[in-house]
Ligand binder design. Structure first.
Ligand code: SF4
Ligand code: SF4
Length: 131
């Protein structure tokens, strides 16, 4: 396990938040100067974490990730139980589907999924170095 040290991805890697807001997400994904473009970490240095109540299972992260980190699948029973009633209803609307990260250890922290997610549901967290 690792402590969830939130990484302010915008502050660390973005060229300009204002610039990012002026363009569509699809433009940003294709843009070589997108936020995070200069950040290529060693595998296992950062992990993508999905904020499940925000996820709408639209597949954008699956499509964006060059390292096949994500998959969309039926939400785990324990994860479903933790959701509020409102978010349970939301998950039902989305066919009981949710984004998961079965290959999170392959993440290179390129930031593409963060930019691609229309719900701002993905955060990259730094894995603490263990002695
Ligand atoms: S891009 Fe965001 S909203 Fe869409 S499936 Fe991935 S985490 Fe969920
Ligand atoms: S940061 Fe890049 S490599 Fe890591 S999960 Fe997102 S798209 Fe994949």
């Amino acid at each position: 396990m690792f402590a969830k040290t939130a990484l302010d991805w915008g502050a660390r890697c973005s060229d300009s938040d204002d610039m990012a807001k002026q363009r569509s997400r699809s433009d940003l994904v294709r843009d070589p100067h997108r936020p995070g473009d200069k950040c290529r970490a060693e595998p296992g240095t950062y992990l993508p974490v999905v904020h499940q109540p925000s996820c709408e299972a639209d597949n954008a992260c699956v499509a964006a990730c060059p390292y096949d980190v994500f998959e969309i699948r039926t939400i785990d029973g324990t994860d479903y139980t933790r959701l509020s009633i409102k978010n349970k209803l939301k998950v039902r609307v989305h066919g009981m589907k949710m984004a998961y990260t079965p290959r999170a250890e392959d993440c290179r922290a390129c930031g593409l999924c963060v930019v691609a997610c229309p719900k701002d549901a993905i955060t990259l967290v730094k894995v603490p170095v263990t002695a």
